[in-house]
Design a protein around this ligand. Structure first.
Ligand code: IPE
Ligand code: IPE
Ligand code: MG
Length: 263
């Protein structure tokens, strides 16, 4: 897959392409999830308003989507707005709610060209109409694409998601389709917003914060975590490549043993 990269026309440096080609194919994460954090601090460092950081962060989304596509990753989930982010000043929330439109309107032709499929997780019914419409349009336009799934977590909160799953399961019990003792992990998985996706293999959080902020609490049970001090607007292809290289060095045991210790 990476051999293909080398032959591809791209403005990325030869060095990055060369190093991408050296990645171990079988160990490329299928699903990468990113908590894109640090836009505000990026702007503050430059004495700019916070929204300038969000604008710059949107450019990083483009860059990282392209590179994830080049690397042959199956799913890229980006935490764009949490159920707690409504607490921010109205003007910042309004700006953030305009970003999907800005991003998708200008990027949609390239998403089609690259065979990328847009999806979302989160409570879409509570989004402003224009935000929701932009997302729905992109989801619908790209629905037959078979390449990278670009999954936005928008108005997403893991606790709310789990409460919703519990309610759905209880409804099944109420209807008599399921008994309480039959409830298992597969049922929970089925009612989460991620039911159609593989669990994340790698979680990246930028900006030096070391917490999950209500992101995919169930799904990340055996995910490899990588925290970097880089602020999201500064995160680039090189950073993602290094994250994948770090991931490839990890030994995922899932509670078992591996290699010599197994004998
Ligand atoms: C991440 O950047 C974007 C969102 C949460 C929407 P922040 O806006 O949280 O940036 P910091 O953490 O204040 O630097
Ligand atoms: C998490 O970042 C949410 C997103 C990246 C969308 P926050 O900046 O909102 O998280 P806290 O408040 O630092 O935990
Ligand atoms: Mg933050």
């Amino acid at each position: 897959m990476f051999k293909k990269l080398l032959g591809k026309k791209s403005n990325k440096s030869e060095a990055i392409l060369q190093r991408s080609a050296e990645l171990v194919d079988e160990k490329v994460p299928s699903h990468i999830a990113i908590i894109m954090d640090g836009n505000g601090r990026w702007a503050k460092k430059r004495a700019m308003p916070r929204i300038a950081g969000h604008h710059e962060g949107m450019k990083t989304v483009r860059k990282i989507t392209r590179y994830a596509c080049d690397l042959g990753i199956d799913v890229l989930t980006l935490y764009a707005f949490s159920t707690e982010n409504w607490k921010r000043p109205k003007s910042e929330v309004e700006f953030l709610m305009g970003l999907p439109e800005q991003f998708l309107n200008s990027f949609l032709p390239e998403l089609m060209e690259r065979n990328i499929r847009v999806q979302m997780i989160g409570e879409e019914q509570n989004l402003p109409k224009h935000t929701r419409n932009a997302l729905i349009k992109a989801i619908d336009t790209t629905k037959n694409n078979t390449g990278l799934i670009l999954n936005f977590a928008m108005n997403y909160g893991s606790r709310a998601e789990m409460v919703m799953a519990m309610q759905e399961i209880m409804r099944e019990v109420e209807k008599g389709h399921l008994t309480i003792d039959e409830i298992n992990e597969t049922h929970v998985d089925r009612y989460l917003m991620t039911s159609h996706l593989p669990e994340p293999d790698l979680l990246i959080r930028t900006s030096g914060e070391v917490r999950l902020s209500n992101f995919m609490l169930w799904q990340l049970a055996y995910t490899e975590f990588l925290f970097t001090d880089t602020l999201w607007p500064d995160f680039d292809e090189q950073c993602l490549l290094e994250a994948v290289q770090e991931y490839q060095k990890r030994n995922r045991r899932y509670g078992g043993l591996e290699g010599e210790d197994e004998k």
